[in-house]
Design a protein around this ligand. Sequence first.
Ligand SMILES: [Zn+2]
Length: 183
Amino acid sequence: MAVRPILTIKDERLYQVSEPVTKFDRNLRNLVRDMFDSMAAEGGVGLAAVQIGVLQRVIVIDLVEKGFIKGAFVNPRLLAASEELQDGEEGCLSVPGLSAQLKRPRWVKIGYQDLSGNEKTIEGEMLLARAFLHEMDHLDGKVFVDQLEPEIHRLLAGDIERIKQGLPVENPKVPEYRKKKSA
Ligand SMILES: [Zn+2]
């Protein structure tokens, strides 16, 4: 078990496409354990393997405190999404101190493999749907700040640039759903 440093958007690896997992072995279980540890250490609710520098298609989510689930999802893919959208505040451990409104489908159905390689599906709505979509984007080298509506992006462009240069943002804002679990 280990807490590993989380890459920020100044790191090029966050813009690369992760590789499918083919081996469901102890290395995978150790990776998932490190992901849960690293996410918890930062008070996050979701993490993709690339955020700790491992370019494998693995995500973890812990939304138990919000009434949803905790789990690890290997090779996740989007099977279906609602046309109906939700609007909500989104943040990312790789974009420290910044959050922004982003529209996402309200409901999704995800196909994935568990840690033994078994094929499964899961449905999620609201915060859980948002978390799945956010983390799966990471596997394709996409970060939420690059998907914002132009008007919102323009407002935050200075802060995004600062983070890309490794500097802190000027008025840090932590998204509501990422506030420490002890709060
Ligand atoms: Zn993220």
